[in-house]
Design a protein around this ligand. Structure first.
Ligand code: M6R
Length: 610
C-alpha cells in the first residue's frame, strides 16, 4: 500500500525522490517523507502528514539535499496518519532511517523485548521495531548487514524496506520478506534507483533487477550486492525496453472520468490478435502457451474487491459458455481455508496491480501446491506474474483513479473471450456466432451510454443526499450489483449493498422504506419477470425504484421512480453495459458531494498488506 523510492546519484537526489513519490502516490497518500544524507554525512528527515503537495508547501524553504536518499508515501496501518508516524522512521539513536511497506505481525513482541533493553519508542508504527532491532544488533557488535539479516529472520509478516545509515553514508540497504509489494532496483550511468513499481523505475533507469522474498540488497554508486542471508545471489541486470507511459487527464476533470471514457478503446485493444470476428474464432494460444488447456477439468478464480466481482461474473460466463465447472474465491479466504484443489484445476488469480498481498499469498499457495495458474493483470513485471509464470495482460494502460473502472472492464472482457476460447477448444456444440456479432458492437454501445450521461448526472444529483442504497441484480448482473455498490461506497462514502435480487425477501427487504433507493438491473432475458416481481415488491413497501434497463418497453412507467437505459444485446453481454451505468452513477454522485474522485479517503490503489 505504501510507495518506496531510493536514489544514489552523481547529482542531488531530493527532486528525484519527490518525482518518484509523485508517481507512487496511488499506493497511499496519507503522509509522505524523505531521508537524505547531507553534506555533513548526517541524516536529515523531512516528513509530513497529507499528500505530496502538503509536504512540498511545508518544506518549500528547506534547503536540505544530498546525493543519496530514500522516500516513502504512506497508507497507514499502525498509527494514525501524522507527521510523527510518517516514514522515514529513525531508530532510537537517530543514526538509521527506515522506510517500510507491509506489516510486522510480531511487532508488539519485538517492541516489548527492545523496551526491556532500554529502547524508547516515539511513534505508533510497527516500522520503528525494524529500525530499533537493526540498531540493537549493531550495538551488540554485529555489522549492519548481519544486523539486517538477523532482523529479517526475527520479524514475521511481510516487509519491503530501505535503510539509510549515518555510519555508511554512501549506501542504501534494503530487504524484502514475503509479499509486501515489489522492490525493483534500476541503474543508469548517473544513478542507482530503487522503487516499488516498474513505471517509476523506468523514468531514470536503463536496466533493472528484482529483489525477491528473503533477499537483502546493499546498494552503492559502485554497484549492487544481493544476498539471501546465507550467500551472495548473482543476478543479471535486465534491459528496460519500455518507454515511460505519459499519463495525463487530457480534458477531463478527473482521471477516473477519463478512464471510464477510455473503456471502449480498451475493449477494442483487448480484441486485437485474440478475436477474429470474420471467422468467429478466438486465438489465445500465445498467452496460454505453457498450459495444456485441453486437460483442464475445473477452474478456480481468485481476487479481491472489484477483481473478485469480475471473477464472480466470469464464473457465470465460463460455466454457461465453456461448460467447465468454476468456483471463485475471495483471495484472503482461499488462502486460509486449506482449499481442496482437485487434479486438472486451473487457478486464475486476478489483480490489476499484480501486487495485492492477499492475491499474491493465495497464488503463492497454489504455486506451492503445484497447481497450474495463469493470472490476469494490468501490470507488466508484477510480482503476480512472477509467481504464476503465465499471464494475460489487460491492455488497459495505467489506471490512476483509485477505484477500478477500465481495468474491471478489461478483466471481464478477457474472461468473456476466455470462455469463448475454452468453448472452442473443448468443441462445445453451441452456435455462438450471434454472440460474436454482438460482442463486436459492445464498444459502440459503451460510447452510447457515455454520450448520454446527462440523464445519469441528473439522477445522481437527485439522490446525492441519500445515505443508503441497495443494488439488485440476477444472474450475470448480480456481480454488477455488487460492483455498483462497491463503487458507490468507495467514491461517495455512502452505505450501499449489492444483493442477488432473489435474496431480497430473505432479509434486506426489511430495510426498504421511502428513504431507500434501490437500483435494479433489469435486462431483457431469462431473469426479466423475476426482476419485475422484485421491483413490484419494493414498490409495495414504498422503496424508491431506479431501474437500469435495456428493455424500457417491457416496464410500465408506473413501476419505477427513475430509469437509466442502455442498448439491448443478448442478455449474456448486458453486464458490459450495466457496468458503465453503475460506474457513472457512483462517480457523479461523488462529484455532487464534492469528494476526491481519484483518491477517495482511506483507500489505496495497491493493497500490499493482508
Ligand atoms: O489490484 P487488484 O485488482 O488486485 O485490487 C483489488 C482490490 O483492492 C480493488 O479492486 C479495489 O476493490 C478497488 N478499489 C476497486 O475499485
Amino acid at each position: 500500500m505504501c510507495g518506496i523510492v531510493g536514489n544514489i546519484n552523481k547529482s542531488l537526489v531530493k527532486n528525484n525522490l519527490i518525482e518518484g513519490l509523485k508517481k507512487l502516490e496511488y499506493r497511499g497518500y496519507d503522509s509522505v517523507g524523505i531521508a537524505l544524507v547531507n553534506n555533513n554525512k548526517a541524516i536529515d528527515i523531512l516528513k509530513s502528514e497529507g499528500k505530496i503537495d502538503d509536504f512540498l508547501s511545508k518544506y518549500k524553504d528547506n534547503k536540505s539535499d544530498g546525493q543519496i536518499g530514500i522516500g516513502h508515501t504512506r497508507w497507514a496501518t499502525h498509527g494514525i496518519p501524522s507527521d510523527n508516524n510518517a516514514h522515514p522512521i529513525f531508530d532510537y539513536y537517530k543514526t538509521l532511517a527506515v522506510v517500510h511497506n507491509g506489516i510486522i505481525e510480531n511487532y508488539l513482541e519485538i517492541k516489548t523485548y527492545l523496551q526491556s533493553k532500554g529502547y524508547e519508542f516515539v511513534t505508533d508504527t510497527d516500522t520503528e521495531c525494524i529500525a530499533n532491532l537493526i540498531s540493537s544488533y549493531i550495538k551488540d557488535g554485529y555489522s549492519i548487514t548481519k544486523a539486517i539479516d538477523f532482523t529479517i529472520e526475527k520479524i514475521t509478516g511481510h516487509a519491503a524496506v530501505l535503510i539509510l545509515s549515518e555510519d555508511h553514508p554512501s549506501t542504501i540497504y534494503g530487504f524484502k520478506k514475503g509479499f509486501a509489494g515489489s522492490l525493483l532496483i534500476g541503474k543508469s550511468d548517473e544513478q542507482i534507483a530503487i522503487a516499488s513499481d516498474f513505471q517509476t523505475l523506468i523514468s531514470n533507469s536503463k536496466e533493472y533487477m528484482v529483489l525477491e522474498d528473503g533477499e537483502r540488497v546493499v546498494a552503492t554508486k559502485d554497484g549492487i550486492l544481493i544476498s539471501n542471508g546465507k550467500s551472495n545471489v548473482r543476478k543479471k541486470w535486465l534491459p528496460i525496453n519500455e518507454d515511460e507511459e505519459i499519463v495525463s487527464k487530457n480534458n477531463y476533470q478527473f482521471f477516473m472520468e477519463k478512464e471510464i471514457h477510455e473503456q471502449s478503446d480498451v475493449f477494442l485493444k483487448n480484441f486485437q490478435g485474440r478475436v477474429d470476428f470474420n471467422k468467429k474464432t478466438v486465438n489465445f494460444a500465445n498467452e496460454f502457451n505453457n498450459l495444456d488447456l485441453a486437460t483442464i477439468k475445473r477452474i478456480h478464480l481468485i481476487g479481491m474487491g472489484s477483481s473478485y466481482y469480475a471473477c464472480m461474473l466470469a464464473s457465470y460466463w465460463l460455466e454457461k459458455i465453456s461448460k467447465i465447472p468454476v468456483q471463485c474465491s475471495n483471495s484472503s479466504e482461499f488462502r486460509y481455508r486449506n482449499p481442496v484443489i482437485e487434479n486438472n484445476t486451473l487457478i486464475v488469480p486476478v489483480s490489476q496491480s499484480g501486487e495485492t498481498a492477499d492475491t499474491l499469498s493465495a497464488s503463492n499457495l497454489a504455486r506451492e501446491l503445484k497447481v497450474d495458474q495463469i493470472c490476469i493483470t494490468n501490470t507488466t513485471n508484477s510480482e503476480l506474474e512472477r509467481i504464476t509464470k503465465n499471464s494475460i495482460m489487460m491492455r488497459a494502460s495505467s489506471e490512476i483513479g483509485v477505484a477500478s473502472t477500465k481495468t474491471f472492464m478489461a478483466t471481464i472482457e478477457i474472461f468473456f473471450i476466455i470462455a469463448l476460447y475454452l468453448s472452442q477448444i473443448n468443441h462445445v456444440n453451441e452456435d455462438l456466432s450471434d454472440i460474436f456479432d454482438e460482442l463486436k458492437i459492445i464498444p459502440s454501445y459503451i460510447d452510447n451510454i457515455l454520450k448520454n450521461s446527462d440523464k445519469i448526472i441528473k439522477l445522481s444529483n437527485k439522490y446525492s443526499s441519500n445515505n443508503n442504497f441497495l443494488f439488485l441484480g440476477r444472474g450475470q448482473n448480480y456481480p454488477i450489483a455488487m460492483e455498483g455498490a462497491l463503487k458507490l461506497k468507495e467514491l461517495s462514502y455512502v452505505h450501499a449493498e449489492g444483493y442477488p435480487a432473489g435474496e431480497m425477501k430473505h432479509g434486506p427487504i426489511s430495510l426498504i422504506d421511502s428513504n431507500m433507493p434501490v437500483i435494479n438491473i433489469v435486462t431483457d432475458g431469462p431473469y426479466l419477470n423475476k426482476m419485475i416481481s422484485n421491483i413490484r415488491e419494493i414498490q409495495s413497501r414504498k422503496g424508491k425504484i431506479i431501474v437500469l434497463t435495456n428493455c424500457p418497453e417491457k416496464l410500465d412507467s408506473s413501476w419505477y421512480d427513475d430509469i437509466i437505459t442502455f442498448d439491448k444485446t443478448d442478455d449474456i453481454l448486458s453486464p458490459f453495459l450495466s457496468t458503465v451505468c453503475v460506474q457513472l452513477f457512483a462517480m457523479y454522485l461523488a462529484i455532487s458531494r464534492n469528494l476526491d474522485i481519484d483518491r477517495p479517503r482511506n483507500l489505496a490503489k495497491s493493497v500490499t498488506v493482508e
